[in-house]
Design a protein around this ligand. Structure first.
Ligand code: SF4
Length: 370
């Protein structure tokens, strides 16, 4: 499948580039805000200047503080040899390679490996994380020349909510990692089997073949078959991939999708409301949602923004916090100009029981008033 870079991948690359520059030049990411850029290469090899936002600087700062504190604790300097260290696991298989974001080690003791994740969609667990164990094998090489006994794997993911916080660490012995390499090798071989069994799950979200995968189509059909039986009758539903849909079928499908989305939205909203008002649906829970920023007092914010940037404070209505910050920048002003007007709130959302975020305790109105 083609693998075009998405805007999220580009943003992630930019954040890594910013982190690398800041670590090696001992520079604060905040000094990039208001027009600072990092240089990246696009798919065609052209150089592009990617603008650093305050959100990106804030996230990278979390990573920077963490690795600087570790280097101070170990009494080591971070140099180019520790950052963005490429590896080739040719001692396991020719096609395995990668890059460690940062590694610092104390010979005969512990090797620390950092993986900075800029994404905010899925908060990744560190324990038994095979991606990081793979990175650790890349750092150790075939014969562990520095005689490390343990590896501490660290994920820094400032923009996703995880019950263990933005920095998660897991200590694993070098012996366990070398044991893991056997499993890894088996996995690598299995991918070359033309008839490898398809195994769908949450990981499919990242798969380039998602839209054409027969396994996911089958799963979706069986789920929809259960919930939509009364609506669609006993006719089995199948979900063909985009390449199997005829042009004339697309309009009908689009109508169906629009209706289905509305129905799904209503079910989600109703489930949320019912859970908040004390209903219990085993298998579902309410968890903390993402933080969002809004004006504490819309009228006060409008007055101040108009004073600062005039008509540019509006689109059809008052600009949102993020839009206003962008506009302020064009007027040579920083986000601090309106920081006193903003409050950060965190809503809640429905999640499956398997979600790592803890369930919120919901009080009914009568319990709260009591
Ligand atoms: S979408 Fe299909 S091929 Fe891709 S990971 Fe999921 S099951 Fe495997």
């Amino acid at each position: 499948m083609p693998n075009p870079s998405s805007k999220y991948a580009l943003e992630g690359t930019a954040a890594h580039q910013l982190a690398e520059e800041c670590i090696l030049n001992k520079r604060s990411p905040y000094t990039y805000i208001n027009g600072g850029t990092v240089t990246l290469e696009d798919d065609d090899g052209n150089q592009i200047e990617y603008e650093v936002t305050s959100d990106m600087a804030e996230a990278v700062m979390v990573y920077l503080k963490e690795v600087t504190a570790l280097a101070n604790y170990l009494g080591q300097d971070i140099t180019g040899e520790n950052v963005e260290v490429g590896f080739h696991l040719d001692w396991i298989d020719e096609e395995l390679w990668g890059t460690n974001d940062l590694m610092l080690g104390v010979p005969f003791d512990t090797l620390y490996i950092y993986d900075y994740k800029h994404g905010q969609g899925v908060a990744v667990d560190v324990e038994n994380n095979v991606q990081l164990m793979y990175y650790a094998l890349g750092a150790l090489g075939p014969d562990n020349p520095n005689c490390y006994t343990d590896v501490v794997l660290c994920i820094v993911q400032p923009r996703a909510t995880h019950p263990d916080g933005p920095i998660r660490k897991w200590r694993v012995s070098v012996d366990a990692l070398y044991d893991f390499h056997v499993k890894l090798l088996e996995g690598v071989k299995a991918t070359r089997d033309k008839n490898a069994p398809l195994c769908s799950g949450p990981h499919c979200r990242w798969c380039l073949a998602l839209s054409v995968c027969p396994e996911v189509g089958k799963e979706a059909a069986s789920v929809a078959g259960l919930t939509a039986k009364q609506v669609f009758g006993d006719k089995p539903l199948t979900f063909p991939g985009p390449n199997e849909i005829l042009p004339e079928q697309r309009v009908k499908l689009y109508q169906f999708i629009e209706q289905f989305e509305q129905w799904a939205k209503a079910i989600k909203s109703d489930t949320h409301d019912k859970l908040l008002s004390g209903h219990d649906f085993p298998g579902l829970k309410v968890v903390a949602g993402r933080a969002s920023r809004k004006y504490r007092d819309e009228a006060e914010a409008e007055k101040k923004l108009v004073g600062l940037i005039g008509e540019d404070a509006y689109t059809s209505s008052l600009k949102s916090v993020a839009q206003a910050e962008k506009e302020l920048k064009k007027h040579g002003l920083g986000p601090e100009a309106i920081s006193d007007l903003i409050e950060t709130t965190r809503g809640n959302t429905v999640a499956l029981e398997s979600d790592k975020r803890p369930a919120l305790t919901i009080k009914t109105a009568s319990e709260a008033f009591a």
